[in-house]
Design a protein around this ligand. Structure first.
Ligand code: CUA
Length: 320
């Protein structure tokens, strides 16, 4: 067996733009902890020796407090924790805010595998190929239980929940192969729910993409839209029993029974699975539920198609 004693990295490689900011914060917290642990241990030892009882019956001097000391040991920790808080908040915001121009990938967790789809439509299982230098946003969901999508080399981890979308983003910086883990205990083969992330130079990535047979999520969604007869009701210009779906993503709508909702990905998903949960004002609860009929990948494709529709359908064709 080829075992190198020194090939035992305590920290994974830094392979994304987020890695160094996460590590810097982590090492700062670690250094502060180490410093105070050491300080306390040393002072403790000095006081052991200096203030030990030297004669039998010796009584210690009474102490009446020290304002200067108490203020010092309150202010210094306050400053340190506020620095950690401010710095932590900055790194957190960096991690949770994907750049506007990020490419959107989908990943579905399932006992016990990761299914991934690229914007061009290429699919992979337990493998994720990405180019360097491009921000990538992953939209994640689960077909069964809670999983967690974890790429240690990128310092990103996000819970993957059934019935909901969560997101994560990263920008890979170094070509190579890295671990992809499930970081949430999800059943007997949780420890086998592993894969690899292959980071490639953009040219190599394009070559890789071209090698696969692919149908884009939008094209697949358009087929599903027809297959599930969504076209029967969601007609252009509000001429059907359901609303026209072009240009609705991200807008706020009034609901039946008052209140309003933002039509984000989670809203769109819920409206396919449980159409009457948040019914748009002015429409009747006619739509059947598609819960259990469309796979999670199918729902993601439908949403990609809906988001690709224009708000103003072309006048030609819709006029009869
Ligand atoms: Cu999926 Cu652990």
């Amino acid at each position: 067996m080829n075992f190198d004693l020194f090939d035992f990295p305590i920290f994974p490689e830094q392979a994304s733009t987020l890695a160094s900011s996460v590590d810097a914060l982590y090492f700062f917290a670690l250094a502060i902890s180490a410093f105070f642990s050491l300080l306390i241990a040393v002072v403790l030892f000095i006081f052991f020796v200096k203030y030990r009882r030297q004669r039998t019956g010796e009584v210690g001097e009474p102490i009446h407090g020290s304002l200067a000391l108490e203020v010092t040991w309150s202010i210094i920790p306050l400053i340190i924790t506020m620095v950690l808080f401010g710095w932590g908040a900055k790194v957190f915001l960096e991690i949770v805010t994907p750049p506007e121009n990020a490419r959107e990938y989908f990943a579905t967790g399932k006992q016990w595998m990761w299914k991934i789809q690229h914007p061009e439509g290429n699919r992979e299982i337990n493998e994720l190929h990405v180019p360097t230098g491009v921000p990538i946003k992953m939209t994640l969901t689960s077909e069964d239980v809670i999983h967690s999508f974890y790429i240690p080399a990128f310092r990103v981890k996000r819970d993957v929940l059934p019935g909901r979308y969560t997101t994560l983003w990263f920008e890979a910086t170094k070509p190579g192969t890295y671990h992809l883990f499930c970081a949430e205990y999800c059943g007997a083969e949780h420890s086998q729910m592993i894969g690899k992330v292959v980071v490639m130079e953009p040219d190599d990535y394009q070559t890789w993409l071209a090698g696969g047979k692919a149908k884009s999520p939008i094209a697949a969604g358009e087929e599903l839209f027809a297959q599930y007869a969504c076209t029967t009701c969601h007609l252009e210009k509000g001429s059907g029993r359901g609303p026209w779906l072009g240009g609705i993503a991200g807008e706020t709508v009034a609901l039946v029974g008052g209140g309003s909702a933002v039509r984000d990905d989670n809203y769109l998903r819920e409206s396919i699975m449980l159409p009457t949960a948040k019914l748009v004002a002015g429409y009747d609860p006619l739509m059947p539920t598609f819960q259990g009929q469309i796979s999670e990948e199918g729902v993601m494709q439908l949403i990609a198609y809906i988001k690709s529709l224009d708000s103003e359908p072309s006048a030609e064709g819709s006029e009869d």
